[in-house]
Design a protein around this ligand. Structure first.
Ligand code: BES
Ligand code: MN
Ligand code: ZN
Length: 499
């Protein structure tokens, strides 16, 4: 996709389609007003007789409008002019893009005025345009037989800019958004793949492919024997019941100064979570193919970092396993020794994410990281607490938690911090080992994080629970691409390349 800044006026732009916005209360945004004048008041006239409503997200396609060089005009409703904010603007933009993609337009000029809202500067407008354009074009990598629908031919999007230095920021936002969108497509594709395709070995190959694509990335994929040598007894306890061998992926990106402490990203890579011997209910168990979305998030974040050549050192670690109830499976009550030497009584084999993450977090220490961020579809309790709108953030460093939440606000990929205080750790007491792997139903998201925190003492660390945000269920079942916008913003911010 080519993203450019519109040089001509909307009326004279040499494109297949022009898109503008309209409020439902008669207020014309400036860009729409200018175009309307060039079109001799056509838009106003259509609005006055009720043919253009301006209702939020409603779109009208007007062909062959006299005075418009482009053969098509899409007018999207922006809702009331009062309360027109960033979220509403994004909604309208998505709706307009949807309408454009119903046509055969291969080029588009976007003149949808944005609100004077905080944190919707030129950079973020560019990011949003690029990310939403790619989101509108995204097609699920389904395995349906029959003819594949042709990909849409939209190849160029021109955005109206304010001129001067604003255009530089807009251009950078478009470029960054393009990279983030490519990462989101990878993340969504990996999540959507079925468990019989996306195995631990498959994830290892994704890391190797990324390293082949980008010379700044180096991949190391450890097999079962090497994982045993690292004494990752907790990780191995999870993969014990599966015929699929585990992998431990180390993907390094060196974009910063040679000695600079890296950010370490750790992603939960359970390629399918049956629950193990503590078998899950059948309802919606298929969705546990998404239990590797943390892994896919951190791999995708590396792709973005490499594509944008961020001046930062980053390491992605992925413990990849399948959680199955085989004859060699770990049983409730089994006690294992983690790589850190901490013994764990596994009371519930369905609390497997923390068991693989604790060994990966311990491994992260060897990099003397500036910060560690793990990403995991860790607890159903997080979906109860925050629903599907906010990712859960828990941390032993409030500044790091704030940094992540602020990245989420800017990137429109929001996260909310939950408390992580000492009391919760008490729920993890075991009579037989250093730690139990479950702390009861109450505060389940927090006790899971408290378990992880035991392995991160003395390291600046945050945990993102994406159980509610990584995918959607029901008719729109599929990966969302979250929390990549947040992660990308965090990394861009750390590298000093932000807005
Ligand atoms: N992968 C699940 C968490 C999950 C469940 C994410 C539903 C999204 C939707 C995780 O491995 C798990 O099973 N967690 C248990 C923990 C419990 C046994 C303490 C859970 O949340 O029920
Ligand atoms: Mn589980
Ligand atoms: Zn799981």
């Amino acid at each position: 996709m080519r993203f450019e800044i519109l040089k001509a006026s909307l009326a004279t732009a040499r494109v297949d389609c022009v898109a503008v916005g309209l409020h439902d209360d008669g207020v014309l945004p400036a860009s729409t007003g200018t175009l309307d004048t060039a079109l001799k008041g056509r838009i106003k006239a259509l609005a006055a007789r009720g043919d253009l409503t301006g209702r939020l997200g409603e779109t009208q396609l007007l062909p062959d409008v006299p005075g418009l060089r482009a053969p098509r005009l899409v007018v999207v409703g922006l809702g009331p002019s009062k309360g027109f904010d960033r979220r509403v603007w994004r909604k309208a933009l998505s709706a307009a893009l949807g309408a454009v993609l119903k046509t055969k337009s291969t080029s588009l000029a976007l003149g949808i005025e944005r609100p004077a809202a905080p944190q919707l500067d030129d950079y973020y407008a560019g990011r949003a345009v690029a990310e939403l354009t790619h989101a509108a074009l995204y097609r699920v990598n389904d395995l349906k037989s029959g003819r594949r629908p042709q990909p849409h031919g939209l190849a160029a999007v021109q955005v109206a800019g304010a001129g001067g230095s604003a255009d530089a920021a807009l251009r950078r936002g478009l470029q960054h958004g393009d990279a983030v969108a490519a990462g989101m497509a990878l993340l969504r594709d990996l999540g959507n793949l079925p468990g019989n395709v996306c195995t631990p070995r498959y994830l290892g190959n994704v890391a190797k492919d990324l390293a082949r694509e980008h010379r700044t990335l180096r991949a190391k994929v450890l097999d079962e024997a090497e994982i045993k040598r690292l004494k990752m007894g907790s990780l191995l306890a999870v993969s014990a019941g599966s015929a699929q061998p585990p992998r431990f992926i180390v993907l390094e990106y060196r974009g910063g100064k040679a000695g600079a402490a890296p950010v370490v990203l750790v992603g939960k890579g359970v390629t399918f979570d049956t629950g193990g011997i503590s078998l899950k209910d059948p309802a919606a168990m298929d969705e546990m193919k998404y239990d590797m979305c943390g892994a896919a998030s951190v791999l995708s974040a590396m792709k973005v970092a490499a594509q944008l050549k961020l001046p930062l050192n980053i390491v992605a670690l992925v413990p990849a396993v399948e959680n199955m109830p085989g004859s060699r499976a770990t049983k409730p009550g089994d006690i294992v020794t983690s790589a850190a030497g901490i013994t764990i009584e596994i009371l519930n084999t369905d609390a497997e994410g923390r068991l693989i993450l604790c060994d990966a977090l311990h491994y992260a220490r060897r990099f003397k990281p500036a910060a560690v961020v793990d990403v995991a579809t860790l607890t159903g309790a997080c979906v109860i607490a925050l629903g599907h709108h906010h990712t859960g953030v828990l941390a032993n460093d409030d500044a790091l938690a704030r940094e992540l939440c602020e990245a989420g606000v800017r990137a429109d990929d929001r996260a909310w911090q939950l408390p992580l205080t000492d009391e919760y750790t008490e729920q993890l007491k075991s009579n037989f080992a250093d730690l139990a792997n479950v702390g009861g139903r109450d505060g389940g998201t927090i006790t899971a994080a408290a378990f992880l925190g035991k392995f991160m003492q003395g390291v600046s660390w945050a945990h993102l629970d994406i159980a509610g945000t990584a995918w959607l269920s029901g008719a729109q079942k599929g990966g969302t691409g979250r929390p990549l916008p947040l992660l990308a913003d965090f990394l861009i911010g750390r590298s000093g390349q932000g807005a």
